[in-house]
Design a protein around this ligand. Structure first.
Ligand code: ACO
Length: 329
């Protein structure tokens, strides 16, 4: 069988930055509360009219440049998002158009915050079936389009961004990662703890309806916190065991960047010291599916991934979904 490799990766964050001080002017909160509870200092916010497909196309261009490939060489475009531009056409189709190409497999997929890891596993499956494939995995989110700015329990947490990578079966240049293994899971019985309902077929709006809280992201924070820690630690442990690895074999752990306290709790359960945790949450907040892709690029840029190093990714999100992936650089 062919090894799937991340041949190039990149991300895009919108220009506008919203700081904790800016949020103090919007809701009853403080930089101190947000920092101590979440580790977040600032987040990027999409410009008016800037969409998921716009941002995903930017991230894709960065990943293609990193891979040394032209957009037209892609065979598949998988765009992971819970905030697509529209129900239809898909953001993946619109993104393809923005890359100036056509004729590819293009689809939106919703795996919430686990999008990047789910995408790596789907790309791996495609490569196994058709080794000549060049699969673009994109994860993009304009969560601020579904943020209730009157709800201080959620509005301080999220930001907008996109990440992408190109997965191929080619022999890599140094520094490009093999996707060694992944373990994915989900549980719909807990889905009600983190929702964006409004406008779906389970919660349709009629002409003339006033938009209410159900249109926006709603979350039971403490419950999500608990499950996130338990699930991410469990799946990380299982994936290491399945590959005959212990914590000492892992050079860097990149958990979903939702909240620094969740990351630290997971790392503690897995017994990773602070030197093995990658965190970008202070600068980007929780950008859902794209956080891991951003953290990967930043980790490489910061020299935190040694040649030949093993990186463990872990994610948890709405659905609930969770998973882990193992990369070998
Ligand atoms: N500023 C000031 N006070 C606040 C704010 C705020 N922004 N938000 C809540 N509070 C208050 C609450 O009203 C509450 O006050 P009360 O006791 O008088 O009622 C108090 O702070 C404590 O609220 P809790 O919700 O219990 O605070 P907690 O310590 O649990 O922290 C948080 C809240 C940060 C949301 C935490 O529960 C959390 O991180 N949960 C996980 C959320 C998450 O990361 N979700 C995403 C994962 S999945 C995905 O990425 C989609």
């Amino acid at each position: 069988t062919h090894t799937a490799r991340i041949r190039g990766m990149g991300y895009y964050a919108p220009e506008k930055v919203l700081t904790n001080a800016d949020l103090e002017k919007l809701v009853e909160t403080s930089d101190e509360w947000i920092t101590t509870r979440t580790g977040i200092k600032e987040r990027h916010i999409a410009a008016p009219g800037e969409t998921v497909s716009d941002m995903a196309a930017q991230a894709a261009k960065a990943a293609l440049a990193d891979a040394g490939l032209e957009a037209d060489e892609l065979t598949h475009i998988f765009l992971y998002t819970v905030t697509p531009d529209f129900y239809t056409p898909s953001a993946a189709c619109l993104m393809q158009e923005k890359l100036g190409i056509r004729g590819k497999v293009a689809q939106d997929v919703n795996a919430a915050c686990c999008g990047y890891i789910y995408g790596l596993e789907m790309a791996r499956a495609v490569i196994a079936l058709r080794p000549e494939s060049k699969v673009l995995v994109a994860a993009a989110e304009v969560l601020t389009s579904r943020t209730n700015w009157a709800d201080r329990r959620t509005c301080v947490l999220f930001g907008d961004a996109a990440a992408a990578c190109v997965v191929t079966a080619d022999e890599p240049p140094l520094g490009k990662a093999a996707v060694v293994d992944a373990l994915l899971s989900s549980d719909g019985s807990l889905g009600h703890l983190l929702t964006i309902k409004g406008g779906g077929s389970g919660h349709p709006y009629k002409l003339g309806d006033v938009i209410d809280e159900d249109f926006f992201l709603q979350m039971n924070g403490p419950e999500v916190f608990k499950h996130a820690v338990r699930s991410m630690a469990g799946v990380g442990r299982d994936l290491m065991a399945a590959n005959g690895l212990t914590r000492d074999d892992i050079d860097l752990f990149i958990p979903h960047q939702a909240n620094l306290r969740i990351m630290e709790a997971v790392a503690k359960k897995l017994e990773f010291g602070p030197e093995k945790i990658m965190s970008t949450v202070a600068r980007f907040g929780n950008t859902s599916a794209s956080t891991i892709g951003i953290a990967l690029v930043e980790a490489r840029k910061a020299g935190r991934i040694p040649v030949g190093g093993k990186v463990l990714l872990g994610a948890f999100g709405g659905g609930f979904t969770w998973g882990a992936a193992l990369l070998q650089f």
